[in-house]
Write a protein that binds this ligand. Structure first.
Ligand code: IMP
Length: 431
């Protein structure tokens, strides 16, 4: 298997977890490289539902090493909780199947408190974050005051780093009319979990380098989607990490050349959770139907996702930004029974046609989608096992999307189950 990076091509929630789990059958190592527990992956395997947010989706496959790279921000309490839940479901986690980058930064309770507080202050202008403290944790990392996994090795290091961190956060909280953070509680909490987390610490850059030398297959698992990327997304309504495929290098310590192929993943329609522009959003019966049939509720926060037509202009931009050689199209079954389907092919802005979304949030909000219409299909696609089993109109819809985004669709997912994954063209053959 070539080394593959799987990334979301929309606003997250594309069904990456299921596709990563599918490809992971051929991988030796699955690595996460950005984001944190703002991500949520649901996997349905053998009648069991696994909900993951920090640990890579490969973890439920035996004999596979799961790696959390340095680009991920890690809430150690969430991590330990996730390990406990997995163990209760029969998946044992040890240093043999989980490694965490020793230089990865931590998310602490003060980060989520700040995240929630800022959102409350912003009122209507809020980003609609997951409230998990992801943005504040990345700010501290870049501000060179984060506590990292390697600091958990000894209490004096935790104490020293905590002082540097609290100098900043005390000033910030006082400025926002809040009490200073409770240093003792933070220290005690960290000292208590430190040995339980530190046992997974590893020089991930070296581990991956060695794995490449011994020809191991590595699968890099992206979180969120290109339009939540800090640079290319619908800024400021974005997450605080780079969600593009290129971030797999910096987020794991691998060098250019370590990734052979980029697989883009998108839904057969669009969804978004949180605030921000969404040109093809449907605030009508069809939108509600997509939300209900697609069970569009956030895995992490339980918030209802906004739904809309497939935006080919957006996904085509995402394919270019990520360098996708192939696409996995998910949740095609959710469109069953809709009489007429629309696909966004560009935008009208102030009377002018735009091939892609402009960078200004105000202009993105004013962009009016230009649509192509296609006939829908009545039949259920949920039980199809081959592409040939699909209704003609579903095949035409998929082929039209492929043409518009300029990238071949090699995988189709037509239900949450692992076995409902149809390979149109071998993912690993030469393109
Ligand atoms: P944050 O990452 O919690 O700061 O949230 C910033 C924006 O990204 C919000 O609109 C969130 O709803 C969105 N977001 C973050 N993680 C995910 C995800 O895994 N799926 C979908 N949206 C996400």
């Amino acid at each position: 298997m070539p080394n593959i990076v799987a990334v979301g091509l929309q606003w997250g929630d594309e069904g990456k977890g299921k596709i990563v789990d599918f490809i992971a059958s051929r991988a030796d190592i699955v690595v996460r490289f950005q984001g944190g527990h703002n991500a949520g992956h649901t996997l349905v395997v053998g009648g069991k539902v696994f909900k993951l947010s920090l640990i890579p989706s490969g973890v439920i496959r035996p004999n596979l090493l799961s790696v959390i790279g340095n680009g991920v921000v890690i809430d150690p309490w969430v991590l330990l909780n996730e390990i406990e839940t997995l163990e209760a479901m029969g998946i044992s986690i040890s240093e043999r199947n989980l490694a965490i980058a020793d230089c990865a930064s931590l998310v602490l309770p003060l980060h989520s408190e700040l995240d929630i507080l800022r959102e409350r202050i912003a009122g209507k202008a809020k980003i609609g974050t997951t409230g998990r403290g992801i943005g504040p944790a990345y700010e501290d990392k870049v501000g060179r005051r984060a506590i990292r996994i390697c600091d958990l090795a000894c209490e004096s290091s935790i104490s020293k780093r905590l002082d540097a961190l609290l100098e900043h956060h005390s000033a910030l909280r006082i400025g926002l009319g809040q009490e200073r953070p409770d240093r003792q509680a933070l220290f005690d909490g960290l000292a208590e979990i430190a040995p339980k987390v530190y046992r997974f610490a590893a020089p991930v850059w070296q581990l991956l380098h060695n794995a490449r030398s011994s020809k191991k297959n590595i699968l890099f698992e992206g979180a969120q989607g290109i339009f939540l990327d800090i640079d290319y997304g619908t800024y400021p309504f974005v997450t605080s990490s780079s969600t593009a495929a290129s971030s797999a290098y910096a987020g794991t310590g691998t060098a250019p050349g370590a990734l052979d192929r980029v697989l883009g993943i998108c839904k057969a329609y669009s969804t978004r959770v949180g605030s921000g522009p969404f040109p093809t959003e449907l605030n009508d019966e069809v939108g509600r139907r997509l939300a209900d049939v697609g069970q569009e509720r956030g895995t992490v926060t339980g918030r209802r996702r906004r739904c809309g037509w497939f935006d080919a202009a957006m996904v085509s931009q995402a394919c270019r930004l990520s360098g996708a050689y192939a696409v996995a199209l998910t949740k095609i079954d959710v469109l069953d029974g809709i009489e007429e389907l629309k696909i966004g092919v560009g935008y009208k802005l102030d009377g002018e046609f735009r091939e892609f979304l402009p960078p200004l949030a105000e202009e993105q909000a004013r962009a009016i989608p230009v649509y192509e219409s296609l006939p829908g299909w009545r039949e259920s696609t949920a039980d199809a096992r081959n592409f040939a089993d699909f209704p003609d109109n579903a095949i035409a819809y998929i082929r039209r999307i492929e043409k518009l985004i300029g990238c071949p669709i090699r995988i189709l997912s037509n239900s949450p189950r692992r076995e409902s994954t149809i390979v149109l063209e071998d993912l690993f053959s030469a393109s």
